[in-house]
Design a protein around this ligand. Sequence first.
Ligand code: ADP
Ligand code: ZN
Ligand code: ZN
Length: 820
Amino acid sequence: MKYADVILPLSLANSYTYRIPQDMQAALVAGCRVIVHFGKRRYYTAIVLEVHNRQPQSTLEVKEIYALLDASPVLRRPQLRFWQWLSEYYLCKLGDVYKAALPSGLKLESETAVSCIKDFEAQFPLRPAEQAVLDAFSDGQKLTVSELEKKTGLRNVVSTLSVLLTYGAVEVQEELKKGFAPKLETYVSLSEEYREHDALQKAFDQLKRAHKQELLLVAYLDLSHILNPTLATEVTKKELLQQSECSVSVLDGLVKRGILKYYDKEVGRLQVHISRLQPPQPLSPDQEKAYADIHESFKIKDVCLLHGITSSGKTEIYIRLISEVLSLNRQVLYLLPEIAITTQITNRLAKVFGDKLLVYHSKYSDNERVEVWNKLRAEKKPLLILGVRSSLFLPFYDLGLVIVDEEHEPGYKQQDPAPRYHARNAAIMLANMHGAKTLLGSATPSLDSYFNALTGKYGLVSLNLRYGNTLMPQIIPVNVKELKRKKIMKDALFSPILIDKITEALNNDEQVILFQNRRGFAPVIECKSCGWVPHCVNCDVSLTFHKFRNQLVCHYCGYTYQLPPVCPECRESDLKMMGVGTEKVEEEIASLFPAAKIGRLDFDTARTRTAYERIIDDFDGGKISILIGTQMVSKGLDFGNVSVVGIINADSLLNYPDFRAHERAYQLMVQVSGRAGRRDKSGTVILQTTQPEHPLIQMVQRFAYQEMAKMQLTERSMFRYPPYYRLIVVVLRSRNEAVLQEQSLLFAAKLREKLGDRVLGPVSPPVTRVQSLHIKKIVLKIEISANISPVRKLLEAVQHEMQMNSAYKQLLVHFDVDPA
Ligand code: ADP
Ligand code: ZN
Ligand code: ZN
């Protein structure tokens, strides 16, 4: 008898055993998808982990595999190994990894909703079952897989659906992908009636007195080669304006005359089609040296940290390394934190790599994700994949290099749900499995990576000059406390010097970025007469006032409330706004600079990828001159015209209760400062704080990364924190506070029996209740040199033991390894 252990998208056990029917035995191998029944009348797409002939121990009846979906595995062998490593290291189930790894279209289950594509036309006759499924849909209808099964009476509807998915006849419905809209780009072309030589001559005659329009037309002819059919290419409005250095109004003029015309085209999202590929830029001598050093380091080490200050030209070095690996017919994965994936970097890479570049992004529709999967499965081609952390799960054939850009970003750590993996660390493991090298890049490396470089585990290459020797911005700390005491600032948000610098920048047609790390208008509201503060009913936090929506919002659960006209406690109408959010900064700036065009970039204005990119594009194109935002404005964006950066309040960064607070504060302030004075200008950063003498502020001012690292590492080693100790947090949550209290004490006591004072807590986190669940945490601090697997076994054993306890069933418990 043959059995298959399969992975189900459930977090109960790692795998489940099924019998393999005789007729499937030849074709069914590890990595294939199968359909299995589980529980009452539910079925899932499962992945075969292993085929064997060991009789299962269980007394329960072993069910048979229902259907085999693939003729060849969807998962390559290194992927399965990677999944296993993730679930072991991050203490979760293979099913959790499976859920995160595959797009919905590849893991249909009974509840998956499907719809059919309206104008689908089959290129060949469909089989009866396929036609029956399509016929089951009435116009625009969504059906779940089990509904379809009932309607069609077909036995194996998932197999049929899988085929129809590959034909593009049906698609999986996802609620989450709202806000996804095709991106359009405007192109310019020469009107048909001017394409003849004589006609074109007439056009030029018209332009005798419009010199600029004439220049623009010449630039267009140059770029498009429209008169030479073999070379002719399409020209975007953007590149034409850039090349010609003309303004939009000149171009509009030519369009009004009917000589040129605009047309819109959807830009491919997975692949960007570029008509003229450009070779990589020649590197400067400093870049050349860094590049050679990375090569040297890769000869003896698998991981190299490139510590290059902002604007030192790290991206150009990546591009050189990527071309090299591609030319060896291997693949490259280029990881970026979620928010940093913009058209900016995509275009830069597409210009060099053309359709060798594939982009993988969480805001893509499921269909597009399936498309990337299928492309990678089908082709063993050298490709560059630009993606966010979930792209680690793609079916790579042969990775030669993994780049983790902005490697210090906390966004690389997945918070919820499991697997709670750190994409940087997981990337290094993935690279190892492929025999690939990993390059970590940052202007402000994480202390974890920097420590690994100092101790020789990673190579270290530094790049200390900006490209083109642009100066680093000058950072001016401003003592807000002093200004308030002298009544120079009173209730104002901006110091006089910041206002002066903004004024000056605007007068010079330069741009300004203002950074304030809180969104909304006022983080706290308080009744002046009785001290009442509105709190969320679900969470133990005060509510933030959002003036634009005129609502109170909970930043933990998203719940919204109306702002009461009077205090509900004492009926006075004396509600006071306390603290400063980005909306307030925006309002004050608008009243100080009424003529300036202002934009705001935070979680509220940039909910969708489209909205985010619009703001970035508007700032890049000069439609916004003052950009206000949260840490979103600090992310690896390259703007040419920013001369002033204002950090409105550095104190909140310094005082945050977390052992990484100072490391983060340094990174944020240096990163946001790095937006100032790129390309040909040096910039100014006004850093407002009540603690100008704080050592960290002074280190930011001098860009003294190494000093900061040294100070922080000393503290970390003293207080037993990473990178000297590994943290594993047991997170326990329950609606019942008393049970939570009792069970978490018990859990901690059991761990303490074996681990002694490596166990801390249970403690309550700063926010003790979120979404009606009370929270306790038990923190394990394990020596970094210690073997971690006995600790994992212990955790699992203790959890198992606790589960015997009926009260424990009222708890939700998960582990967070290497929390960020
Ligand atoms: P980083 O990634 O280190 O912040 P970038 O790679 O974005 O820096 O480079 C900063 C700016 O300098 C960009 O506008 C880039 O186009 C330019 N640049 C960097 N290296 C070169 C080079 N070798 N040739 C031409 N321009 C370069
Ligand atoms: Zn009151
Ligand atoms: Zn809440």
